[in-house]
Design a binder for this molecule. Structure first.
Ligand code: BGC
Length: 462
């Protein structure tokens, strides 16, 4: 066997293991997207059939988010205690129970209960799955995989829109929920077949098992070196909560939480969850046409996420944040103007639809992937897990806040006022990114840690 052949023979089982692992974990991202997106079409029919008030409608949409917030809060502790693999298996079970239960619900209360269960699964998975992937990936492809998770979320949203569209004729909201059980079942079976992450196994003193898993990721001669490296980091005890609040680390926590605030407070999920409703405000008559228009929005979201992943390491995070936030501010202002005028003429309807498209494209190149990426880069290693889990919980908390007030907001300050508020927040987000978010492109994590200690502008956040 020639050297190259030998190398590829060594490499191929390695690759298969990583691809299978990434594909399985990607299902958790897909479920995140599916189960949050599916509500946008389903709610139109639930509202008609169960005669919902605005408050109950918000309750159904928000139950998932409340569950996700709670799930994310506990995610750090449970993944450390029970291991990433077992926790993801448990979330797959919850995803499936939630999907079937919501599909069969006979009352609003039961529906809200099962959506809450799905939410807990999403909250835990949104932390555990990327963590698991990052711990089984060789470092060369780890960065790309963090953003791949976001791509899978957007794909899940598109699949949910597609399902909504196909089932709209039959008013089949129950099937819309039920179909979420399929990826959940595949996730469950897939995770059973996979091993736990080597880092967690070492932390449990299960060195032999860790060695076996590492043998599937690295060439044999590198396995011992990897084990040593992991043992070294594991032996540095995880930083305490107090350490997270130490003056030099606090800016990272503040940046992590505030970037999640802007990701949510600029209105993304009012578009994701309520796009068909917005299209109906804009005068699209049938539910089906509105859902079709929403499908277009989902596809733009996926496409622009791909563009962002491609550009992130080339032009950097901050230029993309600037472009995206400016686009969001412009499109939200235009959407506000369209709704402020007394009558939505054909031209204005067009402007409303184009604004939604420009808005989603701008979000997808910027705050969508970059907020998640920044929280995976900005915390010092020792407290990365805790920091990420708090920022993840903040993301779901702000998401909940916006979703549960959106309809009420449109009723009090008006639709135009609501979109203008989001536009103003986009401008505030732009200023925040300019002054406080560090450029992390091409920087080693150590360099970022160094910046955290010495930056003058970050000092203001201590
Ligand atoms: C956000 C979600 C949002 C999704 C849309 C994610 O980055 O966290 O709240 O629904 O992007 O693509």
């Amino acid at each position: 066997m020639g050297r190259n052949e030998k190398e590829s023979a060594l490499q191929s089982p390695v690759k298969v293991f990583i691809y299978v692992t990434a594909a399985v974990a990607a299902l958790a991202g897909l479920l995140f997207g599916y189960d949050t997106g599916v509500i946008s079409g389903a709610i139109l029919f639930i509202k008609d059939q169960l005669h919902l008030s605005a408050a109950l409608e918000e309750g159904i949409v928000s139950a998932v988010l409340l569950g996700a917030f709670l799930g994310a809060l506990f995610s750090g502790a449970v993944t450390d205690r029970f291991g990433r693999r077992r926790v993801i298996i448990a979330t797959a079970v919850l995803f499936a129970i939630g999907a079937v239960g919501a599909a069969m619900a006979q009352s609003v209360g039961v529906l809200i209960g099962f959506r809450l269960i799905i939410g807990v699964a999403i909250g835990v998975a949104s932390y555990a799955a990327p963590l698991y992937i990052s711990e089984v990936s060789p470092k060369e492809i780890r960065g790309a995989l963090v953003s791949l998770n976001q791509l899978m979320i957007t794909c899940g949203i598109v699949v949910s829109y597609l399902v909504d569209y196909m089932l709209a004729g039959a008013q089949g909201w129950r099937w819309m929920f039920a179909l979420g059980a399929i990826p959940a079942a595949i996730l469950l079976v897939g995770m059973f077949a996979l091993a736990d992450s080597p880092r967690w196994l070492v932390s449990q003193d299960r060195i032999d098992e860790a060695r076996k898993v590492l043998g599937k990721i690295h060439d044999e001669e590198n396995v011992e070196g990897e084990i040593k490296k992991i043992m070294k980091t594991v032996s540095q005890k995880e930083g305490s909560l107090k350490e997270l609040l130490a003056p030099w680390v606090r800016p990272a926590l503040v940046v992590g939480i505030i970037i999640m605030f802007f990701q949510q407070a600029t209105g993304i999920n009012t578009i994701i969850y309520y796009a068909p409703t917005i299209f109906e405000f804009a005068g699209f008559e049938s539910h089906k046409v509105s859902i079709l228009a929403t499908l277009g929005v989902g596809i733009v979201n996926v496409a622009m996420t791909v563009v962002s992943i491609w550009l992130l390491d080339k032009i950097g995070r901050k230029p993309l944040l600037y472009i995206g936030l400016i686009g969001m501010a412009i499109s939200l202002s235009a959407l506000g103007i369209a709704f402020a005028l007394p009558q939505l003429t054909e031209a204005l309807k067009m402007i409303a639809v184009l604004s939604v498209v420009l808005y989603i494209a701008s979000f997808a190149v910027s705050l969508g992937p970059i907020a998640w990426l920044i929280i995976s880069e900005i915390f010092p290693l020792r407290i990365r897990g805790r920091g990420m889990s708090i920022a993840t919980a903040a993301n779901w908390g702000f998401n909940l806040l916006v979703a549960s007030t959106f309809l009420t907001l449109t009723q009090t300050i008006g639709k135009a006022g609501t979109f203008w508020l989001f536009a103003a927040l986009s401008v505030a987000g732009l200023l925040f990114c300019h002054f406080f978010v560090p450029e992390t492109k091409g920087q080693s994590l150590e360099k970022i840690e160094e910046h955290l200690r010495s930056s003058k502008s970050l000092r203001a956040l201590r």
